[in-house]
Design a binder for this molecule. Structure first.
Ligand code: 13P
Length: 295
């Protein structure tokens, strides 16, 4: 199935009152898990990779190229509509290269900058994306970040007026907001400030995005979708599942089974088990987001 523009996928979701997941992959195992979950769920999905926590030397030298090749192959092979996103990269050059390598949705990570600079750099990224037929997401306001011990920085909630100006002046296709959601948090059930979200919605009519999908309180999901959220970004929970599986199954590689446990793709392969567990979590979330059966 051909790759689909993210803006079309999100417009359909808004119209039909569901949301699409961007499930952030980091390698072939995680990418296959997301793609298989989407196919088995008959769900549209946003595949892709992020730049927020990767080693930039590796990423710029070979990583971006290899990940893009994997992503492109997955989109060509897909049985359901997919977009391919390059998420939260810090440099404009990576936006340019990513689009040239086949990503059809991008996000430059500039939400930490003062609003004027955030607008200026986002607008540049939008121009690069749109001139190549790709879509761009931007973020106004900043999510708190819970990586490490405790919340590393408090973030700042999205201001509705500022968000309206940001969306208007940059021309972004989707707006990520900070309204109670927290990045990289496994512990909490973070409640979304729906009063704030509805004020943002009164002023911004493009699809809204909630990052920090791992820890958003599940009971809030139907209401935030009703208020215009058409995309959830989910990352940490997938890595957590991967890691706990490898910790659980890794030690049995010691008793002479290494060829079976690593890379055989049989049921005893720990990466295959990790893939299937990630896939199950993605399928569970597709039901929550309402995208199951929409492809
Ligand atoms: P989590 O890792 O908290 O799920 O957030 C992912 C994300 O927002 C990627 O952009």
């Amino acid at each position: 199935m051909p790759i689909v523009p993210m803006r079309e996928m999100l417009a359909d979701a808004l119209k039909e009152n569901y949301a699409v997941g961007y499930f952030e992959s980091w390698d072939q195992c995680s990418l296959e898990a997301v793609l298989e979950a989407a196919e088995d769920s008959r769900s549209p999905v946003i595949l892709g990779f992020g730049g927020a926590s990767v080693n930039m030397e590796w990423f710029d030298k070979r990583g971006l190229y290899l990940l893009a090749s994997l992503g492109r192959t997955a989109t060509e092979d897909s049985k359901v509509p997919v977009s391919l996103m390059l998420n939260e990269v810090p440099f404009m050059e990576q936006i340019r290269r990513g689009i040239a390598l086949g990503f059809n949705a991008v996000m430059l990570d500039t939400s930490h900058l003062p609003i004027e600079k955030n607008i200026r750099f986002t607008k540049q990224a939008v121009n690069i994306a749109h001139s190549a037929g790709a879509d761009a997401e931007g973020e106004c306001g900043r999510l708190p970040d819970a990586s490490g011990s405790g919340i590393n920085h408090a973030g700042s909630a999205t201001d509705p007026e500022e968000a309206a100006r940001y969306a208007e002046e940059t021309g972004i296709d989707a707006l990520a907001v900070s309204a109670g959601n927290v990045h990289i948090d496994m512990n909490g059930k973070n409640r979304i400030d729906t009063a704030l979200l509805s004020k943002i919605r009164e002023k911004v009519h493009i699809p809204l995005v909630l990052h920090g999908g791992t820890s958003i309180a599940e009971e809030d999901i139907p209401e935030v979708i009703r208020l215009g959220v058409a995309k959830f970004n989910v990352g940490t929970v997938l890595k957590e599942i991967f890691l706990t599986t490898i910790i659980e199954l890794g030690p049995s590689a010691d008793d002479g089974k290494v060829q079976q446990i690593v890379g055989s793709r049989k049921r005893c392969d720990m990466f295959e088990t990790a893939k299937n567990r990630i896939k199950a979590e993605v399928m569970r979330r597709m039901i929550l987001y309402g995208s199951t059966g929409k492809a």
